[in-house]
Design a binder for this molecule. Structure first.
Ligand code: UDP
Length: 452
């Protein structure tokens, strides 16, 4: 089949933003579009070969080739925008004058400036939101002055179609503006020009965030939910060869993890990971190691290489019979393994969607950004997990960790959570399967594009 309708997708180069957009790209390709996936040089070498019939990949400069080692967050974001504005513009122009000029640029919503770049060249742009719709709505309200920032400790916030949120349930940037001002700006700026876009693509599914999605629609926002954007083999299995995302920014220890899990009984292992960015203090690592040990469960713990120096050496030796520590793992394959009984997670949005899609109950230990809000929904709305309470020092103690793990793996409430998880797993599959809410939205998007 000659693929005539060409679409460009542009991802921000961190794991949690590349994964969903790459998955969405594969879905579009499976519906007959000519797809070019664009990302920047800092991750270029990590892309694995994608099935040849699927999508083309283009890597453009983001200036990281010449960046200084000790760059501040502000400097790196500024450098990124400056270089990418030029390289993205050049890339779109190159394709625009080819035999298959692209019709549209889908860009990560944290780069709202990409819309103007696309339109200047003559194609439309559509933002792709990689966080939950609830978090998107909160950022919108914050950007429009409906939230007094920084939110004060003890305060709670009421927003349309969202349950009341306490201080601990809010995005960390809203509570402490001074902590990461550049990232707060990035989060809020997603809503600086969104009303100019003709469509808003969101990596979630209607059934999961029904109320807030309805609210957005009632506000005339052109929202389309297209998720969960995870490899098809874990959901509808309609995409051939779609077994993994296709890019790991860290080297996964596949064999070690899978062989070890194969030796464990069903539902006996706690999988622990805090994603690709979050970092724990030494004291917290110590409490966590002891909590995992005291739970008496098997545990598979991802500790990125840069974090490993914080591990207490003796304790790890003591727990070597019960635990396996790796620097990165194939998370989806791990979550899908029958040995996994629960996922102790930082509640990054991809990890949350992955656990929901694979029916794994969670112990929520949010660290920052949108994670506290995701944790609130995991516990109180979707009822698929418990949340670790922090002590007065802001530490998750070993006692609390042990208690929460036992509650999910052994407790009565754990059984309920498991049942709820299985229900979400079915709903996630239905959403992306033929005729499901996300599938229909993707079909509609493709049909409009082809006929435009
Ligand atoms: N991930 C992985 N192996 C690991 C840890 C994480 O493949 O050992 C993947 C995980 O499946 C998810 C992504 O990395 O797709 C992390 O995204 P998330 O939004 O959960 O967290 P972030 O890293 O952005 O904080």
């Amino acid at each position: 089949m000659e693929r005539e309708t060409h679409i460009l997708l542009f991802a921000y180069p961190v794991q949690g933003h590349i994964n969903p957009m790459l998955q969405f790209s594969k879905r579009l390709a499976s519906k007959g579009l000519r797809v070019t996936f664009v990302t920047t040089i800092s991750i270029g070498n990590s892309m694995q070969a994608l099935p040849s019939h699927s999508i083309n990949v283009e890597i453009i400069s983001d200036g990281s080739e010449e960046a200084k080692d000790a760059e501040s967050i502000d400097a790196s974001l500024e450098r990124y925008k400056l270089h990418v504005s030029q390289s993205l513009s050049k890339l779109i122009e190159k394709h625009y004058s080819s035999s298959y000029p692209p019709k549209i640029l889908v860009y990560d919503s944290i780069m709202p400036w990409a819309l103007e770049i696309a339109r200047k060249i003559g194609i439309d742009g559509v933002p792709f939101f990689t966080q939950s719709c609830v978090v998107n709505a909160i950022n919108y309200h914050a950007n429009h002055g409906a939230i007094q920032m920084p939110v004060e400790e003890g305060a709670s916030i009421s927003l349309p179609s969202i349950p009341s949120l306490g201080f601990d349930d809010l995005t960390s940037f809203l509570c402490d503006k001074g902590m990461y001002p550049a990232w707060l700006e990035l989060a809020l700026n997603q809503f600086s020009n969104f009303q100019e876009a003709n469509l808003l693509l969101c990596n979630t599914f209607n059934e999961l965030e029904n109320e807030v999605v309805n609210w957005m629609t009632s506000q005339q926002w052109p929202v389309k939910t297209i998720g969960p954007a995870i490899p098809s083999i874990y959901l509808d299995k309609r995409l051939e060869d779609d077994k993994e995302y296709g890019v790991h920014l860290f080297k996964p220890d596949v064999d070690a993890c899978m062989k070890w899990l194969d030796t464990k009984e069903s539902d006996s292992v706690v999988y622990t990971s805090f994603g690709s960015l979050a970092s724990l203090g030494e004291e917290q690592m110590d409490e966590l190691t002891r909590g995992l040990k005291n739970s008496n469960c098997y545990f598979l713990w991802v500790v990125r290489e840069t974090e490993q120096k914080k591990l207490p050496p003796n304790l790890l030796q003591e727990t070597s019979e019960k635990g396996l520590v790796v620097s990165w793992c194939p998370q989806l394959e791990v979550l899908a393994h029958k040995a996994i009984g629960c996922f102790m997670t930082h509640c990054g949005w991809n990890s949350t969607l992955e656990a929901l899609s694979l029916g794994v109950p969670m112990v929520a230990m949010p660290i920052w950004t949108d994670q506290p809000t995701n944790a609130k929904f995991i516990v109180d709305v979707w009822k698929v997990g418990v949340r670790i309470k922090l002590d007065e020092r802001g530490i998750a103690t070993k006692e609390e960790i042990e208690l929460c793990i036992k509650e999910v793996i052994e407790g009565e409430r754990g059984k309920e959570m498991k049942m709820n998880s299985v229900r979400w797993k079915e709903l996630a599959k239905e959403a992306v399967d033929e005729g499901g809410s996300s599938d229909k939205n993707i079909e509609e998007f493709v049909a409009k594009l082809v006929n435009s």
